[in-house]
Design a binder for this molecule. Structure first.
Ligand code: ZN
Ligand code: ZN
Length: 401
């Protein structure tokens, strides 16, 4: 019987002891009978997702855990965001993540245009413009967000952002970051695009209506995270895995789509703390029948970590644990549970602290740990792991290596 892999990443789950939780981490403080059962019957360890001492960004961490080399295969946040919105990028495309912002007299008044709820109508008017022979694709994301793609000959990603990243600052003219002809051409073309889209947006009925109501117009594209698309060997070619992704938030779908996972839509999967973890896990179990690897991303812990809300994080871990109940006793499946980085509530940001790892399945011999936590994982049989070897380890455990 072929062993399958269920790979669950609980984003930002790792944490540090907190006074608010009587000196425990959210994972230690949470009541997690199912995780603990799996830890008791399986093996645990601690993992440095990137190099020890390095604080991971989510996209880098995911790409690494999928078995890809950051130096060779990382193409930047912009392309991943575009992939996450279902855009089909071609080799050589330049992609950006984008905020619809409010700019007045060249100054950024609001980076989120008063948190406009939807920019789909606005995007329609901007999509498919052509400037200097370069095609521009614009696709809406959630609320004020979108992705922008430049397609054409002689483009470079060695250019600066148009987003100054703070309010009250000048909306930047895009500049080249090196002396190449390509970078200059890309920056010039992009500046023309920004000017043109600003004019279109100023006159757009959605914005005229917003102004009438005293709301801030979404009249400027703030671009950042330029990256150049390049094809990489997909996960099927690289590891022989037919793989699918179940995630709510765009970035994770983006990285998964980039490596060739099929993105599944699951009702109730939102990429927020309100998500239905149960719906995700139930669907994952079904998908294991026809796939070699099912990747499930759960965002909630990271959100609570950034908010500094350790009680909320603890509760969310309990919600995850409940959803995992059907996995107890599952046959011919390696269940791998970990995080892409720690997001300690005390830091309200990602940290370099290693993350706990749990392997459970009929092929895994129990080690002496009986609870899933940062502290206990340290003593687990898996020892100290490194993210770049994680995919190979999962393959080895399931006899696929
Ligand atoms: Zn993350
Ligand atoms: Zn985060």
């Amino acid at each position: 019987m072929k062993q399958k892999i269920l790979f669950i990443i609980s984003d930002g789950m790792g944490d540090l002891p907190s006074k608010k939780l009587n000196g425990k981490t959210p994972l230690e403080a949470a009541e997690t009978p199912n995780l603990d059962k799996m830890a008791e019957l399986g093996q645990t360890g601690l993992m440095h997702v990137l190099k020890p001492g390095v604080i991971p960004h989510s996209d880098e961490a995911h790409l690494t855990l999928f078995g890809y080399d950051l130096k060779k295969h990382y193409i930047g946040r912009g392309p991943f965001e575009a992939f996450g919105l279902g855009m089909h990028l071609k080799h050589g495309d330049i992609a950006f993540r984008c905020n619809f912002g409010t700019v007045s007299k060249g100054m950024v008044v609001d980076r989120r245009a008063g948190r406009i709820e939807n920019v789909a109508e606005l995007c329609k008017k901007l999509d498919n413009l052509k400037i200097n022979g370069v095609q521009f694709l614009v696709k809406p994301g959630t609320s004020h967000r979108a992705a922008v793609v430049m397609r054409g000959k002689g483009l470079s990603d060695k250019i600066c952002d148009s987003d100054p990243n703070k309010e009250g600052a000048k909306a930047e003219k895009v500049k080249a970051r090196d002396k190449s002809k390509q970078a200059k051409f890309t920056a010039d073309t992009l500046n023309e695009f920004l000017k043109k889209t600003h004019e279109i947006l100023e006159a757009h009925p959605v914005n005229l209506a917003r102004k009438k109501k005293g709301l801030k117009p979404a009249n400027y594209l703030l671009l950042r995270g330029a990256g150049k698309m390049k094809q990489v060997p997909d996960i099927k070619k690289r590891f022989g895995l037919k793989a699918v992704c179940i995630a709510g938030a765009g970035l994770y779908k983006g990285v998964a789509a980039f490596v060739g996972m099929k993105i599944l839509k699951v009702k109730g999967a939102t990429g927020t703390p309100k998500t239905s973890v149960k719906a995700k896990i139930d669907r994952a179990i079904k998908e294991l029948k026809s796939n070699d690897l099912v990747f499930v991303h759960v965002k909630g812990c990271d959100v609570f970590g950034h908010d500094g809300n350790c009680a909320g994080k603890k509760k969310f871990i309990e919600k995850i644990d409940k959803a995992l109940k059907p996995l107890i006793g599952i046959e011919n499946v390696l269940v791998a549970i970990t995080a892409d980085h720690s997001t300690p509530c005390s830091r309200k940001d990602h940290s370099k602290d290693p993350v706990p790892v749990l392997f459970y399945g009929s092929m895994i011999k129990a080690d002496s740990t009986d609870k899933f936590s940062e502290k206990k994982a340290k003593k687990g049989k898996l020892g100290v792991l490194h993210g770049k070897k994680f995919m190979k380890l999962m393959l080895k455990m399931t006899g696929k290596a």
